[in-house]
Ligand binder design. Structure first.
Ligand SMILES: Cc1cc2nc3c(=O)[nH]c(=O)nc-3n(C[C@H](O)[C@H](O)[C@H](O)COP(=O)(O)OP(=O)(O)OC[C@H]3O[C@@H](n4cnc5c(N)ncnc54)[C@H](O)[C@@H]3O)c2cc1C
Length: 326
């Protein structure tokens, strides 16, 4: 088995693709987005990037620490010299306290997706290519994209989409329902960027708040527009999922004024809705999901608990599974 299709060019798919290529497989990557990055994508503006998805990542496992060190050496990531704080809001009484810790936090430079792009830079990629159907005949997979084009002759398929999107792809392909309750693992998040001249003394604010889960400021991130980015929590985002950007700008502005005490003018920059953002910790992670006879594997960050590091580890495990089945 030599030809492998990797669907999804987030960190998980990019890692699997890079590892399989390294092991001599002929890999092609497909992504519906404009380039590799997935939920690590930063939005490009004329004055710098906005990290609307992952804000930073940590490295705890030896495998990921090794990878992060090689990205550090290559200048693709840097330590984020942030000051952490906790915003708590209990019964309408809010407080903001510096909460220093020893955790190393990393960012991609000049954008979060820089290390992801690097992993797949020499691998054939079809971007702007949403895969809508898979078919398996005579031990060979064919992929069909939304424009109706077919890509045939793959010995194995690796699916690295958020679980609801993976479930939809399997259903459209009349493949067995493999996802089960894992389809519910990822929850939504509205992310809102706001600009103000005020420069805060804390730039990574964890929130125990009825509406928010995280506020960051990009002042110490190389290549970024110095903005606040507010991530609304899953409950509040789900409750107001269909609200327009104006609703979110008004919410973000009120929070910056009332809870961070900002007096300067506040300008709305961009609001982005992630339907599938981060893991619901109440549900257990399923590990790799597969159809071994047909050589199809499904995984993502959600397979091992969410977050950037688990997307990387899932990518390595996918590559290993393909190699073992060869
Ligand atoms: C708002 C937000 C904040 C976050 N904050 C953090 C954080 O601070 N720290 C941290 O560690 N993690 C954070 N995360 C989580 C982190 O971004 C993810 O864990 C990681 O990026 C997931 O990588 P992945 O490759 O598994 O999935 P994804 O990045 O989602 O990749 C899946 C890819 O599949 C593509 N795709 C989907 N459907 C199709 C299709 N039919 N055909 C082709 N392509 C398709 C998508 O375009 C996407 O590129 C955050 C995520 C969000 C959204």
């Amino acid at each position: 088995m030599k030809k492998v299709a990797v669907i999804g060019a987030g960190l998980c798919g990019a890692t699997a693709a890079a590892e399989l290529t390294r092991q001599g497989y002929q890999v092609t990557v497909f992504d519906k987005g404009r380039g590799a990055g997935g939920r690590m994508s930063s939005k490009r503006t004329d004055q710098g990037y906005l990290d609307m998805g992952a804000q930073y990542f940590t490295a705890r496992s030896q495998e990921f620490k090794r990878q992060v060190n090689s990205w550090l050496e290559a200048g693709l990531v840097e330590l984020w010299p942030c000051t952490t704080a906790l915003l708590s809001d209990e019964d309408g009484v809010s407080s903001l306290q510096i909460s220093a810790d020893q955790q190393a936090r990393y960012i991609g430079v000049p954008s979060m997706q820089s290390p992801v792009k690097d992993l797949v830079q020499s691998i054939p990629q079809f971007t702007g290519c949403r895969i809508e159907q898979l078919s398996y005949r005579q031990q060979s997979w064919t992929l069909v994209c939304e424009q109706g084009l077919s890509y045939a002759g793959f010995d194995a398929v690796v699916v690295t989409l958020p679980p609801v999107q993976a479930q939809r792809l399997m259903a459209q392909s009349a493949l067995p329902e493999l996802m089960g309750s894992s389809a519910q693992l990822l929850e939504p998040c509205w992310a809102v960027a706001m600009h103000t001249r005020a420069i805060p003394s804390e730039d990574a604010i964890f929130c125990q708040h009825p509406k928010l889960r995280f506020i960051s400021h990009q002042q110490h991130k190389k290549g970024r527009l110095p903005c606040y980015i507010l991530h609304f929590n899953a409950e509040f985002s789900a409750l107001h999922l269909q609200e327009p950007a104006e609703f979110w700008f008004a919410e973000a502005s009120a929070i910056l004024r009332q809870q961070l005490n900002i007096q300067d003018d506040i300008t709305a920059v961009v609001a982005h809705r992630w339907l599938y953002a981060s893991q619901n910790d109440q549900l257990s992670a399923p590990g790799l999901i597969d159809l071994p006879e047909q050589r199809l594997w499904v995984a993502g960050d959600w397979s091992f608990g969410g977050r950037v590091e688990n997307a990387y580890l899932a990518g390595l495990k996918l590559a290993q599974a393909v190699i073992e089945q060869s």
